[in-house]
Every structure is written in C-alpha cells, then in structure tokens.
Design a protein around this ligand. Structure first.
Ligand code: AP5
Ligand code: MG
Ligand code: ZN
Length: 212
C-alpha cells in the first residue's frame, strides 16, 4: 500500500500516520521530520532549508524531490509507505509520478484554520524520539516528559502563532491544488479531521476499508 496524507499544518498527519504504521506495518516518511534532522545535524541541505522553514515557507521543490527520491530507494520502502507532508506542490506530485511511485490512495484530512491554531500552540515533541503530544488534547503521562522514552518535551521553532498563520496561508495557496490533482486521478479521499484523535483515526480507517 502506498498512501499519501495531505492536510494543513496541524491537521494531524503525523498523529494519524503513527496509527497507520501500527496497522499496516509500513514506514511513514515525513519530509518535515527529515528536514528537521538535517537542521539539527547542520548539513548543507539543512542550511539551505533553514530560512524557508523558519519563516513558514516551502523549501524549494528540487531540494525536496532529491531528498525524497533518496529516502524512497531505501529497502524498508519496498512493501509500501505513507507519505506525510509530501507532495506539497503540484510539481512535487508530478515528480512522484515520474519516479513511478504508483500511489494507491490520498487521504485529505480536512480541518478549519482556527482549530489548527489551537492544536499547534499546544503541541510538544520529544527531543529524543520525536513522539508528539498536545497539552490540550493528548497529554503525556508526566508533565514535560515523553511517555515513551522519558526524555524532555520541546516546542517546534515554527509553532509560534505568526509562523503558523504563514504556514496556513502557504497551504491554501500552494498545497490545496495538490488535492485537485489527485481528485482528477480518482484516488482522493476526503476525511473530516475536526473530531478528536480516535474519531479521526476511525474515519480514515473506514475510508481506506481497514478494520480497527
Ligand atoms: P511539516 O513538518 O510537514 O509540518 P506541517 O505540514 O506544517 O504539519 P505539522 O507537522 O505541523 O502538522 P501535522 O499535520 O503533522 O499535525 P500533528 O499530527 O503533529 O513541515 C514543516 C516545514 O518543513 C514546512 O513548513 C516546510 O518549510 C518544510 N517542508 C516539509 N515538507 C515539505 C515539502 N514536501 N515541500 C516543501 N517544504 C517542505 O498534530 C498537531 C497537534 O495537534 C499535535 O499536538 C497533536 O497531538 C494534535 N492533534 C492531532 N490531531 C488532533 C485531533 N483530532 N484533535 C485534537 N488535537 C489533535
Ligand atoms: Mg507533522
Ligand atoms: Zn521520546
């Protein structure tokens, strides 16, 4: 199974990808997470991407396409994968097709901008394993500490409100057309992403014909 999760920043792509990994036993590839690793390590790609990410803009397509191509050629992608946060432009969708990816389904997690701002301001991430929590909707067992590995929780640099608003604007302008692209291909599934986390998981599983 090759799946794409598309949705606004904070729509729940990463959260729902974790549920799908458990169910389907295939890896999830988040271009955002790969980029943040590059920033942390201070690689050349990381340095090129930094300014774009900090302002909430998209990183240029050619950098992203090369990075994704390399990741998809790794052996764990043979049986399928979930793409979280790629493609974000029609050009990226075309590049994926040129790679011969053969995507089965595209799940669009549909939300409204105001719930996004609330969700993102509460988001905290584990510094060590990257697990995602929310101070309002998905608390860790112990304040400020990862329930999975015990490391401290931190806030993402681009999760300040004005950057979130910029990311939302970029989503509407540059990524919404990607949904139309897949709608035309007949593989787009729209799922209401405004309920609580288990509720949205159920809707995604139903849309994909998976049992819980
Ligand atoms: P990326 O890391 O992909 O960020 P994003 O798309 O802005 O999405 P988020 O990770 O913020 O949201 P999410 O949908 O994963 O939500 P989550 O599950 O965490 O990209 C970052 C940057 O990298 C971009 O701005 C760009 O610069 C660059 N980049 C990345 N990919 C690129 C590409 N392909 N091309 C160009 N540039 C690229 O949920 C959010 C919070 O809400 C969490 O706290 C969660 O616990 C909570 N939550 C989730 N679901 C629910 C629910 N149903 N109810 C209540 N709370 C919920
Ligand atoms: Mg994410
Ligand atoms: Zn952790």
């Amino acid at each position: 199974m090759k799946l794409i999760l598309v949705g606004a920043p904070g729509a729940g792509k990463g959260t729902q990808a974790e549920k799908l990994i458990e169910k389907l036993g295939i890896p999830s590839i988040s271009t955002g997470n790969i980029l943040r690793e590059h920033l942390k390590k201070g690689t050349e790609l990381g340095e090129k991407a930094r300014g774009f990410m900090e302002s909430g803009a998209l990183v240029p397509d050619d950098l992203i396409v090369d990075m994704l191509k390399a990741r998809l050629s790794e052996p764990d992608c043979k049986e399928g994968y979930i793409l979280d946060g790629y493609p974000r432009t029609v050009r990226q969708a075309e590049a994926l097709k040129e790679m011969g990816a053969g995507i089965d389904r595209v799940v669009s997690i549909e939300t409204d901008d105001e719930s996004i701002i609330r969700r993102i301001s509460g988001r905290r991430l584990c510094k060590n394993c990257g697990a995602s929590y929310n101070l309002l909707f998905n608390k860790p067992e112990k304040d400020g500490v990862c329930s999975k590995c015990g490391s401290p929780l931190i806030q993402r640099d681009d999760d300040r409100e004005e950057t979130v608003r910029a990311r939302l604007e970029v989503f509407h302008r540059q990524t919404e057309p990607v949904k139309a692209y897949y709608e035309k291909e007949g593989i787009l599934l729209r799922v209401d992403g405004t309920g609580d986390i288990p509720d949205v998981t159920k809707k995604i599983f139903d849309a994909l014909g998976l049992s819980e």
